[in-house]
Design a protein. Structure first.
Length: 100
């Protein structure tokens, strides 16, 4: 993982000098970050429930693997090169006209 570049600013000049105001800003930050964390947990539970709901209708492990492959394919900058590498790595794969 690349190391983040150090930011060039003086935090002392940005945050409140007065202790009471600093406490207020910190409390506001903590409240907001906790709300975001709670929403994340709710979304994780919603995702789990959705997968459970469809697990009797679809092979979820295979579907999720296919979704990961599609996500990777969509993120590749050089699709033609990627497709060539796939063909080299998986020569038994049937190539449909227009895919490459």
């Amino acid at each position: 993982m690349a190391k983040r570049s150090q930011k060039n600013y003086n935090v002392d000049l940005m945050q409140p000098d007065e202790l009471g105001e600093l406490k207020k800003v910190v409390k506001e930050f903590i409240t907001r970050i906790e709300n975001v964390d709670n929403e994340i947990e709710l979304l994780k539970q919603d995702r789990k429930d959705l997968i459970e709901e469809y697990s009797s209708k679809l092979d979820m492990k295979v579907l999720q693997a296919a979704m990961r492959v599609v996500k990777i394919q969509q993120s590749v900058a050089h699709k033609d090169t990627f497709d060539v590498f796939l063909e080299v790595l998986n020569p038994d794969q049937v190539v449909v006209e227009g895919d490459v």
